[in-house]
Every structure is written in C-alpha cells, then in structure tokens.
Design a protein around this ligand. Structure first.
Ligand SMILES: *Cc1c(COP(=O)(O)O)cnc(C)c1O
Length: 370
C-alpha cells in the first residue's frame, strides 16, 4: 500500500451533521472548504444538506463540479482578486463578504448584482483556535460609512458576518442591523456567525450560548436567516493519517524514527494550526495480541518527518513501543488544515496522496481504538 494515505470516515460526518442539527437547529451550515477540500468530504456534506463557504475561484469550482447549486455557495472572503469576483458572477455565486470601501468598488465593477454581508470584527476575539481578527473585519465605527458606500454603489447589504460565535459578536451584529435601519437602508436578514467551532466537549456549551445570544439580540427579528461556516468542526476528527516508519536510530533508551510524512506535508497543522498530534502504532491498534504490543514497554521516542530540515520534527519525547522500519504509525484527527496546506519541499511529496473511504457505525465509534 502506498504510504502515506488518509482514511475519511463518512460515519463521523453523518454523526457530526446530526449533532449540528440537534444543537444548532436554526443555524444553516456552510462548510468552509479551505479547511479540507477533499471532494468526498464535500460531496458527503452536500448530500447531507450542507452549503459551502468558498474563498477562491478554485474552491468555488470544486464545489460546483459536484453539481451543487451556486446558490448554496457564499464567497466568504472579504478581499478577493477581481478575476475571482468576475468568475463568481459568471457562475452565479451571488453572495459575498466585504469589510472595506475598496472591496465595494471592485464588486460594483465586477459583479454589480452581488449581495453583500458586512464582515465585522467582534468586540472581543476570544474562543477561536486561530484568530483572524487582526486581518479581517470592519470596526464598529467604520460601519456607517461602509453601509453608505455600498448603497452609493447600488449594492445591497443583506446581513452581517463575523468569525467567532461569541455572544458579544452577535449583539454587535444586531447593532449593525439597527444602524442599517437608521440609515434608511433595506432591512437586513442574514446573520452569518462564521466558523471556529470544535466538535469536542466545548461544542454543546458553545451552541447553548449561541442560541441564547441569537434569541436575546434577534428574538423579535422576523425572517432572520442564520448561517454558520464550520470548517474544523466537520473535518478534524473524520480523517486518520497512516504513515510508514522509513528509518530508525537507537541511542541508549532513546528511539528516533523517521516517517514518510511530516510538517512540510500533511502534518503541517503542527506549524500552521498549532495542533498537538498523537499517534499509535498500527500493529498495536489492530492486533493487541501481537507480542511486541503485549510487552508494554515503551521508550521516549522522537518522530521526524522525511525532509532534511531539522524543524521537520513531528513528536519529541513521545512514549512508543519499539518500532521497526516499515511499521505503520497512525495519526487520528488529521482532517483540519492538513492535506490542504502541505508542500513538496525537498522532493518529498510528503502529503497523504490517497484518501480511502470508510463508514463506521455509531456503536463502532463508541468503541474506537484511537
Ligand atoms: C477559515 C474560515 C472558516 C472556518 O474556520 P474553522 O475554524 O475551521 O471553523 C470560516 N469562515 C471563514 C470566513 C474562514 O476564513
């Protein structure tokens, strides 16, 4: 089997969609394609009723290539190249975000019938794994002139977007709705609460807070459409990465291993996404009766990626049983910001090349090995 490769568990995706629909029933998910543009994942999400957040022409193309209607795509990038805006116009993607006057001008020129969501900077930027707050989002004092600029350009601002679902952001969004009414603009109807959700234990509490904040700020707003842009929530736990041990060095108690994927490949999430990864030897996961695993002795181990750069180090001082060259090392939760951002540095196309599909039942997942 060619290594490295990934496994996408479609059962996990179905479970996560059920959970979303239960905990955030009023929020329509628009999966953020940049998190993992795998076509099987996008196709599964499309079949389960998700819409999509695309940030570039290529992302729009991959979603459309699966037969998804363009009205299920939002071009959620506040600063886009003109050629991409023109492309959105030709394929019928008619909603985008903005946070500057220059963007209004580009959209007026390249896609004058596009609807706009004003991206705001939430008042406090806590709670998300990686903060986009510095790069994007209008300050609240900039809102009136941006709304007026859009109106002057003949563009309709239909709602507000932001990145993190904190209560403060939702009430700030409400103040933008009110500002639009005050300025005599058409009534807004779209609240886009962005991404930044994890699917772990924090999700339930976050969902309760979001529902309460929407009710508190927008409870009396009729015909409100609420959308979210989850990326990591769907992708992270659905993918497992399998790598092979390609080299080994023993120094006293210490074990050092080289594997065929690393921080320039799928495991770039360690660098760009501040991820903490874990791994298990496949022999132990699938065959606990294996004598090498029954002997539970472990060694402080370093796991290196394949490139000749010393920062290409995946794990340090990590307890592993004794491994041999050609053993498999398996990394769970490898779906978010992994295959989407690897490189071919040093001639190693060290990124999971194939993705195999699996379908686990909820019961199997409860007894999962990883
Ligand atoms: C990256 C991004 C997301 C997804 O963020 P996650 O943390 O993966 O949920 C959603 N919306 C926008 C505009 C983004 O840029």
């Amino acid at each position: 089997m060619d290594s490295p490769f990934s496994v996408l568990d479609l059962g996990v995706i179905m479970g996560l969609m059920d959970k979303w629909a239960t905990k955030l029933p009023t929020v329509q998910p628009f999966y953020a394609v940049k998190c993992n543009p795998n076509l099987s994942l996008i196709g599964a999400l499309a079949a389960l009723g998700s819409s999509f957040d695309c940030a570039s022409r290529a992302e729009i193309d991959s979603v459309l290539s699966l037969g998804v209607s363009p009205d299920r795509i939002i071009f959620a990038n506040p600063c886009k190249p003109e050629s991409h805006i023109r492309y959105a116009a030709t394929v019928g993607v008619n909603v985008t975000t903005f946070d500057s006057k220059d963007e209004v001008e580009k959209i007026r020129k390249c896609h004058p019938t596009c609807e706009l969501l004003l991206r705001i900077k939430p008042p406090q930027d806590s709670g998300a794994r990686s903060s986009l707050g510095l790069k994007y989002g209008a300050l609240l004092e900039e809102v009136p002139e941006l709304l007026q600029a859009a109106q002057a350009a003949g563009l309709r601002v239909t709602g507000v977007s932001f990145h993190i679902g904190s209560g403060g952001a939702i009430s700030a969004a409400k103040s933008v709705f009110d500002e639009a009414s005050r300025l005599g603009l058409p009534r807004m109807s779209v609240l886009d609460i962005g991404g930044g959700f994890t699917c772990g234990a924090l999700f339930d509490a976050a969902a309760l807070k979001i529902n309460a904040a929407i009710e508190a700020s927008f409870g009396s707003e009729e015909g409100l459409v609420v959308i979210g842009e989850p990326g990591r929530y769907f992708a992270e736990t659905a993918f497992t990465l399998a790598t092979k041990v390609i080299g080994k060095r023993v120094r006293g108690e210490m074990r050092e291993y080289w594997i065929d994927d690393g921080i320039y490949g799928t495991l770039n999430n360690i660098v760009f996404d501040y991820a903490t990864v874990t791994c298990t030897p496949l022999a132990c996961a699938s065959r606990p009766e294996n004598p090498r695993c029954r002997d539970s002795k472990t060694y402080p181990s370093t796991v290196f990626g394949p490139t000749c750069d010393s920062i290409d180090t995946v794990l340090r001082d990590y307890q592993l049983p004794e491994l041999q060259v050609n053993d498999w090392l398996v990394f769970p939760n490898m779906g978010a910001y992994t295959t989407s951002s690897g490189t071919n540095f040093n001639g190693f196309s060290s990124s999971a090349k194939s993705t195999f599909l699996a379908y686990s039942s909820p019961i199997a997942r409860e007894h999962a090995m990883f």
